[in-house]
Ligand binder design. Structure first.
Ligand code: ATP
Length: 280
């Protein structure tokens, strides 16, 4: 479901690119997942760390007593009811819970797409809950990557062009595009599919293009809303394998929502949400 689109929040990602260069680690050598290895991947393959986990310099995200209510009709619906959590560098954190429990509402706030009714969200010590729209847009553009259940690729552009577009939007200098696009597509195992358009790719391959697109500008934090929901179990396992690989090679931190109990075992931490609260 295109859940992010129905929320009354604004993304300015489509506006003119910022001049600020993307920050983050320099290209670590890609540990390519070849098309062959990905296609024959076991359930959830172990990622081989080729560089150490990112140095733990304190939490990437701190969430304190977050509440979120929405006006509905003449009243109000209280969706998040006092969320506390912490995400540390290099972690893969999952939010699990039934439909309607509030996972997407929380993920939107972690990415600065929406703001809490009360409470605090610190992203690398920056108070997301206090930043205005323009500052949150800039922070998202440079430091956060998003992956949606429905891939969100531009259908007329090739995999290459889709990833390149994200570098253009983030204001990354053009001289870096070729190397970075190649690196990201190889990293997700699509070195041989770079010039295919979305309709020429399988669902799993399209999701991997979406991942390459989301990480191209080297965000510190990658947020994914049900990234495996449209995929069969083998393709879902491939996506999880790519996530583990990205954490090690790109020094990123990932927070995702899921319904799928079969992928929970690869998480470093699972928060279970019931009716707007964590029960663990
Ligand atoms: N903008 C909004 N206005 C009113 N209600 C909203 C709004 N956004 C979310 N809600 C409500 O908040 C509740 C939680 O929604 P949310 O999308 O966060 O759940 P979820 O756990 O992500 O569900 P799913 O697994 O189906 O994606 C739902 O009852 C939903 O209708």
């Amino acid at each position: 479901m295109m859940r992010w689109l129905r929320k009354p929040v604004q993304s300015k990602e489509a506006e003119a690119p910022s001049d600020a260069p993307a920050s983050g680690p320099t290209d670590a050598p890609a540990q390519p997942i070849t098309d062959e290895s990905v296609e024959h991947a076991p359930q959830v393959p172990e990622a081989k760390p080729i560089v150490p986990k990112p140095k733990d310099e304190g939490p990437v995200l701190i969430v304190r007593e977050v509440h979120r209510s929405f006006p509905v009709g003449g009243g109000e619906i209280h969706v998040l009811k006092g969320i506390n959590m912490e995400v540390r560098p290099g972690q893969l954190v999952m939010l699990k819970g039934r439909s309607g429990s509030g996972k997407t509402t929380l993920l939107n706030m972690l990415g600065g797409l929406d703001q809490p009714s009360s409470g605090e969200i610190l992203f690398r010590d920056q108070p997301l809950h206090q930043l205005n729209d323009d500052k949150r847009t800039l922070l998202r553009r440079n430091q956060i990557g998003f992956i949606f259940q429905a891939y969100a690729l531009l259908p007329l552009l090739s995999a290459w062009e889709n990833v390149e577009l994200s570098l253009r939007m983030a204001g990354v200098p053009q001289s870096e595009w070729k190397k970075r696009v190649t690196h990201c597509l190889e990293l997700v195992g699509l070195g041989k599919r770079m010039f295919h358009r979305p309709f020429e790719l399988s669902g799993g391959e399209q999701q991997r293009v979406a991942i390459a697109k989301a990480i191209a500008h080297r965000p510190q934090l990658l947020l994914a809303d049900e990234p495996t929901a449209n995929l069969d179990s083998q393709m879902g396992a491939q996506v999880m394998s790519v996530f583990k690989n990205i954490i090690h090679t790109e020094q990123m931190t990932i927070c995702m929502t899921t319904h799928d109990p079969t992928i929970l075992e690869v998480a470093d931490h699972v928060y279970e949400m019931v009716d707007g609260r964590f029960i663990n």
